[in-house]
Design a protein around this ligand. Structure first.
Ligand SMILES: Cc1cc2nc3c(=O)[nH]c(=O)nc-3n(C[C@H](O)[C@H](O)[C@H](O)COP(=O)(O)OP(=O)(O)OC[C@H]3O[C@@H](n4cnc5c(N)ncnc54)[C@H](O)[C@@H]3O)c2cc1C
Length: 498
């Protein structure tokens, strides 16, 4: 039969509603939806199980894949898209924002006292957009804004949408796809099953350096007993705001008071600055037997107070030693943090004027983690760099001399700042197509106390996102990109690099 006859017959069949069953190839989406139930048979010896080989559908492809949607990941995805790369961001929870939205840490810029020379770029832009959208409350002791944790979920959605980044929530990265030293994508798991995502470049913004770790990149982790503590952040409603503010004015605290509970190195000026700190109230509660004597870890900061009578972002429960890359530790810390919150609440109700009728409003969605893996980088940032106004040829931005952690608190009231080198984003050794950003960038303990801060994470995020787009444009590896090209795009995006 000639081709034209076949065509006519098909047409006549269609008109006569005689549809032929066409056997179409299953699409990836069908394969994902109709995935088989478990194929893992018990064949173990009690030590491990061997899983059968399986075909994993490729569900998405992109130029730049950003893993993790915290301050670093959001910045990386927005900046990569702005630099012209087709960008996908994958996040394990149901919202973007990382520690801001999932833990409830709203204090993005509390360090910004008079005299601070601050970073410029997408981090400050996020803060301004949140303020413009009505999602902030002034921080008590300077002009910076606290981000409303829930509101920031909407701000982040807006940023993702406006910058044409493809979002994928509820998706955990569990494996890395490698071809020799080249990272070609990741394996994810979510409600739709196990899928592969292929990408030309990957930016690891998981906080824990999960992708770098799975890729075999070298990393360091502080010994568990010396790690920064984890925290259960909570919020209260039913606060008499005026009464509480009056109490804090009559009983002012400075950063020197932090030293009561831990040894704190400062640059002295911090001792005069007001701090939203509560400690002696919990000591009284212990002394009077209201809460256990052992609860010496309960103390810390309050921050935003709303006109609706809420005190959010109560950062009072410090737990250690816990290793947040160990799920048993995570489980114990989550439960212990909730238990201890009841002690904190009791002490607040009895000894803090304005909190008499306080009610537990909510916990953060998850435990707050400060300190896990950090990659070994092409350049490892050092204590002397962050405390010594480091200057470098490959800066991706500046960050003020703000150090908070490992018993050091230095606030950037002097105008001093350091440059953040691109080298601390690049894993050293045999892993290509991958950079990291956020709290897992390369550096020692004291540099971590600077680089873990959210605004610093937005600096490395933006640097990584732009570098990913530029490396595709220049057709060069992350290691070999032309720094002048990187700087050109960063400047275009209004980043201050020197
Ligand atoms: C209790 C507490 C108080 C803090 N206080 C302050 C403060 O006052 N000011 C300040 O500047 N900084 C503060 N920090 C530090 C700061 O919040 C963090 O260091 C910062 O948020 C790190 O940003 P990030 O983007 O690197 O990681 P995160 O904010 O942790 O974001 C990482 C994201 O990646 C996702 N993710 C992780 N693994 C995977 C995976 N395998 N697959 C998919 N997604 C994944 C996570 O769900 C998360 O959303 C505090 C931290 C804590 C815990």
């Amino acid at each position: 039969m000639a081709d034209y006859e076949k065509k006519i017959n098909r047409m006549l069949d269609r008109w006569a509603f005689k549809k032929k069953k066409v056997k179409r190839r299953q699409t990836t989406q069908d394969e994902i939806k109709n995935r088989q139930q478990s194929s893992v048979e018990y064949n173990g010896n009690g030590t491990f199980i061997t899983e059968a080989e399986k075909k994993t559908p490729v569900s998405k492809r992109c130029e730049v894949l950003v893993v993790g949607g915290g301050p670093a990941g959001l910045s990386a995805a927005i900046s990569s898209a702005r630099a012209g790369a087709q960008t996908l961001i994958v996040e394990r929870y149901g919202c973007f924002g990382g520690v801001i939205t999932t833990v409830g840490m709203e204090t993005l810029a509390w360090y910004r006292y008079e005299g601070t020379v601050d970073s410029e770029g997408v981090g400050v832009e996020m803060e301004r957009l949140a303020e413009k959208m009505g999602g902030t409350i002034k921080w008590p002791y300077n002009d910076s804004q606290c981000l409303d944790a829930d509101y920031f979920k909407i701000v982040a959605d807006q940023l993702i949408k406006d910058n044409k980044v493809t979002p994928l929530l509820h998706t955990l990265v569990v494996e890395v796809i490698k071809d020799g030293p080249f990272v070609r994508g990741v394996i994810v798991e979510n409600k739709s099953g196990r899928q592969a995502i292929l990408a030309d470049r990957v930016v690891d913004c998981t906080g824990d350096a999960d992708v770098a770790y799975l890729s075999g990149a070298k990393f360091r982790q502080t010994a568990k007993k010396e790690m920064m503590g984890v925290t259960t952040v909570f919020s209260c409603s039913g606060i008499d705001k005026e009464k509480f503010i009056r109490y804090t004015k009559e009983n002012p605290r400075t950063y020197e008071d932090w030293g009561e509970s831990w040894n704190q190195q400062t640059s002295l000026k911090e001792k005069k600055l007001n701090s939203p700190y509560l400690q002696e109230e919990f000591a009284r509660a212990r002394k009077e037997g209201l809460i256990p004597q052992s609860a010496t870890n309960i103390c810390g900061s309050w921050s935003a107070l709303s006109d609706a009578g809420e005190a959010t972002n109560l950062n009072l429960i410090h737990l250690s030693p816990f290793d947040a890359t160990d799920v048993d530790d995570l489980t114990r810390a989550e439960m212990e943090g909730r238990r201890q919150t009841l002690y904190a609440l009791k002490a607040l109700q009895h000894f803090v004027p304005g909190f008499e009728k306080a009610k537990l409003r909510n916990f953060g969605m998850t435990l707050g983690v400060r300190d896990t893996r950090k990659i070994i980088g092409q350049y490892d940032l050092k204590e002397a760099d962050v405390m010594g106004q480091y200057r470098c040829h490959d800066s991706v931005g500046i960050f003020p001399e703000f150090i908070d952690g490992y018993s050091i608190l230095i606030l950037p009231t002097t105008g001093r700042y350091f440059q953040v080198p691109y080298g601390c984003l690049i894993p050293k050794g045999n892993v290509e197509n991958l950079v990291v950003a956020g709290r897992c960038v390369a550096g020692d303990r004291v540099s971590h106390a600077a680089m873990r801060n959210m605004m610093a994470c937005t600096v490395t995020g933006q640097g990584a996102g732009v570098a990913a787009a530029v490396s595709i444009k220049q057709n060069k590896s992350f290691r070999d990109i032309d720094i002048a090209g990187l700087h050109e795009e960063l400047r275009k995006q209004k980043v201050r690099i020197d």
